[in-house]
Design a protein around this ligand. Structure first.
Ligand code: HEM
Length: 124
């Protein structure tokens, strides 16, 4: 159902995030800002598709409900970490804490999304 939209949306987010960082490093401030705005619209797609997926776990007595909620929180954390990292880079501040959060939150989403939760497209 919405899994493909969800995966497409967050894969696109990572691409846009990296492109925004690279454009900023190259001094193309305006282009980086535009990419960041598209990235923010893409967050809505991630939240919409993720919200739709999580809704299925609230039906009946789903044994994965708690893990699905943690997965959703970790997903929101990935978005927050992208925003924080990009913001710090643009302010010429240390982005180290942002990058660490991004990696940790991403690993949790991948572990729960692909390897634990039941609606997997690859390991289902
Ligand atoms: C950038 C952030 C995110 C990443 C990297 C991410 C990653 C993933 C991955 C890898 C899957 C497994 C896809 C599959 O089923 O094969 C997945 C599924 C899912 N995601 Fe996300 N996600 C993110 C954001 C969110 C958000 C914000 C929410 C909730 C509001 C959410 C809720 C879910 C749910 C409920 C599933 C279904 C799990 C299942 O039954 O397999 N995700 N996500």
């Amino acid at each position: 159902m919405n899994t493909h939209l969800h995966i497409t949306a967050w894969a696109l987010a990572f691409i846009l995030f990296i492109v925004a960082v690279i454009l900023h490093k190259q001094g193309s401030e305006k282009a980086s800002k535009i990419v960041q705005m598209i990235l923010r619209l893409d967050y809505l797609l991630i939240l919409y598709s993720g919200g739709d997926l999580i809704a299925t776990f609230f039906k009946g007595d789903n044994p994965y409900l708690v893990e699905a909620i943690i997965k959703g929180l970790a997903g929101v954390w990935v978005i927050a970490a992208m925003e924080m990292t990009l913001g710090k880079i643009k302010d010429n501040d240390s982005a180290k804490a942002g990058w660490i959060q991004l990696v940790v939150a991403f690993l949790i989403t991948i572990a729960l999304g692909f390897f634990r939760l039941p609606n997997g497209v690859w390991f289902g």
